[in-house]
Design a protein around this ligand. Sequence first.
Ligand code: NAD
Length: 471
Amino acid sequence: MTATALQRIPTLVAGLRHSHSRGITRPEEWRREQLTRLRALLQDRGADFEAALRSDLGKSGTEARLTEIDFLVSEIDHALAHLARWMRPRRVRVPLAVQPASARIVPEPLGVVLVIAPWNYPLMLALSPVIGALAAGNAVVVKPSELAPATSTLIARLVPDVLDRRAVAVVEGGVPETTALLAERFDHIFYTGSARVGRIVARAAAEHLTPITLELGGKSPVYVDGTVPLHLAAQRIAWGKFMNAGQTCVAPDYVLGRPEVLRELAPLLAEAVHHLYGSAPEKNPDYGRIVNAAQFDRLVGYLADGDAVLGGAHDAEQRFIAPTLLTGVDRAAPVMRDEIFGPILPLIEVSGLDDALTFVTGREKPLAAYVFSENAAVRRRWEHETSSGALGFDVPALHLVVPDLPFGGVGESGMGAYHGERSFRTFSHEKSVLSKPLSPDTLAATIMPPFTARKDAIVRRWVGKLREPRV
Ligand code: NAD
């Protein structure tokens, strides 16, 4: 990875702004062309992206296709299929007191957008917001994560060759480069990563009154009760947790259950892990690696917080940590304080549903919560009594592939959302356009001074009551 020279950044952003103000990003045709070219790049160079993801995260080719490359392709297909409708102005009804008039909501591009990406899905999380920004007709700077250097290099090398360089730029680097970018004025900043850096981004954005989307993380809980086939719950929990070696923002962070449920669940989780990754996950190409030594050390530190009833093995040189289940964990231990973001799953005993709900609502709002229960009343209570970016019944993580579900956090897990049409709206300004003919001049006759007795009567009798549109 070659960091972009700091002194180039202001010129680069100014160039994008110039292109945007000349209107080159606005036509539907331009947007379609960019998206189509990006799609072709992902398909033509898919093998190179797979290799980069393997180098950065030990990601298997199939997982790279599923969660990054093909995910982006289908997001582009969805945008192309719906772009015309998203771009169309929407008529809204006009109250009787304002008639005759017509009112429309007209989406317009925000301008120049900055996308800052993390390392865990370094391709998908860099380009998925770019798809929304381009669909909405913006110029974009994308800053991939320096902690996934192979993917960052590849994005910086390939993307400018296929997209319109006048309107799309890739900046490579870490804190100094991101800091230099944040000093510039943007029309939207889309940040994915930790809440700590999210606060830095929010502060920098405030200087320019720039709107932001913060896609953050948190501890996404799982609650399991005895009403579901536990072997199936175990399989899905293990899949959601150990994919990408646990380095997934919506991965189950910990499991809550009554002692007798967890006693039954633990061996089933072990069986599920065995089924997914075999008896020697360190040799299994489907199982990923920890991104770097700092993350590895942080994760290994958590192993002291409980008893590893499965896994616990680790190898610093390989940055390998086996899929691990921890029991006997204190609720206040570090592993239950920080977002784990690795292949360690604590099983936490609760006395029942009330205890689980109190546990979750007493903490920061998570990016997702998962409930394995066939009991409708239990599901209803989770839906009504807890707050999280998303809620999954009987399945973790999968909500993020439903394009019509907005993806994002709430509270400490983030603000704003994207995917599908929501991405388009996130990167658009919804301009209100009202058009009222000068004739007949209903305003002068009713609500403008000089106020006569007749106008007074009209105002008192009708205006307030006629705000509601005529159906
Ligand atoms: P991070 O915040 O360390 O880094 C993300 C980006 O911020 C990188 O591009 C980095 O260069 C930049 N950055 C880092 N420090 C900076 C600073 N001081 N000033 C300016 N820029 C800086 O995050 P991370 O460790 O890469 O990601 C892990 C977190 O991201 C987890 O909490 C995870 O849950 C969350 N996450 C959320 C989502 C989501 O979609 N909501 C997806 C993936 C990860």
